[in-house]
Design a binder for this molecule. Structure first.
Ligand code: ARG
Length: 582
């Protein structure tokens, strides 16, 4: 494996050294430009600082740049920008090195990366998953893949809601009505959820109507928390049944979830008293009306009253905050995390602000170990209102995914001439699920987005289907080329459209690094969409198989090939498949 330094980096280095006579380490502020290949805007600020004329300074910098193998041309433009053109040969050689590198496409690995624990895909036991859980799963999975690709080591944590007072009611009901839940081994995802729903409804009805049952349910909570064996066994049945359901949904989502990474709230049960004791001893938490709480000067509610984070309730019970604080200790001390990333609905951002601040005061988080909540926005219906069924109920995630696949099947069927029904089914799943993921990932995570299936599976516009088609089209060209194989010919002059495509291909690694560092999968999505668009205009303007010479055909096939591999890799980082034919 040999990593490739991007052209941007190479040009940057030359400019930085040309600038260093004026100011060492100055940033040339290089970016891609329409006028030339790159534009450097850094001289303006530099001139201001040195009280120099920017155009004169720019001219001076230009005189220090040697044009040749890398930079073909550099000129001053406007108030003191530099327009830079790179040599065709440099572009082709750089891309050839990327193709030769295989899987990683020349993208370097960060050698001193850290360990990020990603908290994502965290549904709740005995409850249906909804679109909010979809976002966490999709965004978390993509961020993880992107971080891994840069060299970061990621560990997943699915902090499922598998603990708390609501289990008293459920367990007590099951205790009094044994056999209501079929053994987890005997059911599929759908049956599991329908069993859980039935038990939930029945126990809820009893709980609301029968005071004595309510009392027995309350006692059951105490038994659960104190680790009573029989109670734990019944609790485990709920967890197991729910996992069957979770796995079926994640499988539909084409997402790999590992059992050892499902570490829910219950896992931190034993550590919670110690968390409370430590916080109290350190003076981070204080007693208030019997409860153990943490106050923050800048977090206030009604009447300017401080809003506390409750570590332990007055009745001695522990809740959501205590499990999260205990999880932080575990992730820092035992998993040796350097970064904690939470992919959780933005509506929980206050909770995390308080939890993180508490952990900082306790010293569990510090300059070397930081925590971030990648709070995502709400999923809206096509009408722009929070996503609900016509009857006003929350939409079942499975139904939504099934519908997406169904719509995709229509699109695939329309386009496909020579596909069998089985093949259509397989493609439809890849297109439909890809469409759902891409629509989610192509919007900045903190923004709300519209769940609009018509738009999602459209062939035109910024959709995954458009990208998948671009990929499949390239594969078809490569197949048609038959004996002629892709090969780089650095001696050839490049067409404008080839240069634009080539320079964009070269920016793949830089884009992934930036998107991963900023937890911004939408930047990768935007990159891929632009890649497909640049490919389309290349394809319109530059005949591939009918090019003038064999060298030209080979070189263009080579551009096609690298484009396909880059699309494939980029889409895979987003969790989206690229079928070979569509
Ligand atoms: N189970 C929670 C929910 O459905 C999300 C858990 C988020 N993670 C965490 N560490 N609190 O809202």
């Amino acid at each position: 494996m040999a990593s490739v330094t991007s052209l941007t980096d190479l040009v940057n280095r030359q400019l930085t050294s040309a600038l260093s006579a004026t100011q060492p380490e100055a940033d040339p502020l290089l970016r891609r430009s329409d006028r030339a290949d790159f534009q450097a805007n850094g001289i303006l600020a530099l001139a201001k600082k040195a009280k120099a004329n920017p155009r004169e300074l720019a001219a001076e910098v230009v005189s220090r740049i040697t044009t040749g193998d890398l930079i073909k041309d550099v000129e001053v433009s406007g108030p003191g920008f530099l327009n830079i053109t790179v040599a065709d040969r440099a572009i082709t050689e750089n891309l050839a090195a990327r193709l030769a590198d295989g899987e990683r496409l020349g993208v370097p690995l960060n050698e001193d990366a850290g360990v990020t624990v990603v908290d994502y895909a965290q549904p709740n036991v005995a409850k249906e998953m909804h679109v909010g859980h979809l976002r966490s799963a999709v965004i978390g999975d993509a961020l993880r893949a992107m971080l891994d690709f840069t060299g970061e080591r990621t560990i997943g944590r699915h902090h499922i809601g598998d603990w708390g007072t609501q289990f008293g009611m459920l367990i007590q009901y099951l205790f009094e009505h044994p056999g209501e839940l079929a053994p987890a081994a005997d059911v599929d995802g759908e049956q599991a959820m329908s069993n859980l729903n039935r038990v939930y409804k029945a126990s809820r009805a009893l709980f609301d109507a029968d005071e004595e049952f309510k009392e027995r349910a309350r006692k059951r909570v105490v038994a659960l928390q104190s680790g009573d064996r029989e109670t734990l066994e019944l609790w485990q049945q709920f967890v197991d049944e729910s996992k069957v359901y979770f796995y079926s949904v994640f499988e539909k989502l084409d997402m790999e979830i590992r059992d050892e990474e499902i570490v829910g709230e219950s896992a931190y049960n034993e550590g919670m008293p110690e968390t409370a004791r430590l916080l109290e001893e350190m003076g981070v938490a204080e007693r208030s009306e019997g409860a153990l709480v943490v106050f923050f000067d800048d977090i206030r509610g009604k009447d300017d009253q401080r809003v506390p984070l409750i570590v332990q309730k007055a009745d001695g019970g522990f809740g959501y905050a205590a499990s999260d604080l205990t999880a932080i200790r575990d992730r820092v001390l035992n998993l040796h995390a350097t970064t904690l990333l939470y992919v959780v609905d933005v509506r929980q951002s206050l909770h995390f602000r308080m939890v993180f601040e508490t952990a900082r005061r306790a010293g569990w988080l510090n300059d070397d170990v930081t925590a971030h909540n990648m709070g995502y926005g709400t999923v809206l219906g096509a009408d722009g209102k929070p996503f609900k069924t016509r009857e006003g109920e929350t939409v079942r995630l499975e139904d939504l995914l099934d519908e997406a696949v169904q719509r995709a099947a229509e699109v695939v069927r329309e386009k496909a001439r020579d596909l069998t029904e089985d093949e259509i089914g397989e493609r439809a799943a890849q297109v439909g699920i890809g469409a759902v993921k891409y629509a989610d990932l192509s919007t900045s995570p903190n923004r709300d987005y519209k769940f609009d299936l018509d738009q999602m599976v459209s062939l035109n516009g910024d959709t995954s289907v458009y990208l998948q088609y671009a990929y499949a089209r390239i594969q078809s060209i490569l197949r048609k080329a038959g004996e002629v194989r892709p090969a780089a010919h650095p001696e050839l002059d490049l067409h404008e459209a080839e240069r634009a495509l080539g320079l964009h291909l070269d920016a793949f690694g830089d884009t992934v690094f930036e998107a991963a560092a900023e937890y911004a999968p939408h930047k990768l999505a935007a990159y891929l969409y632009q890649l497909a668009s640049l490919y389309t205009s290349f394809y319109d303007k530059c005949p591939v198989l009918k090019a003038d010479s064999t060298e030209q055909v080979e070189n263009r096939l080579f551009l096609c090939d690298l484009t396909a591999r880059t699309l494939h890799r980029g889409m895979a980082l987003l969790g989206i498949r690229t079928p070979e034919r569509l």
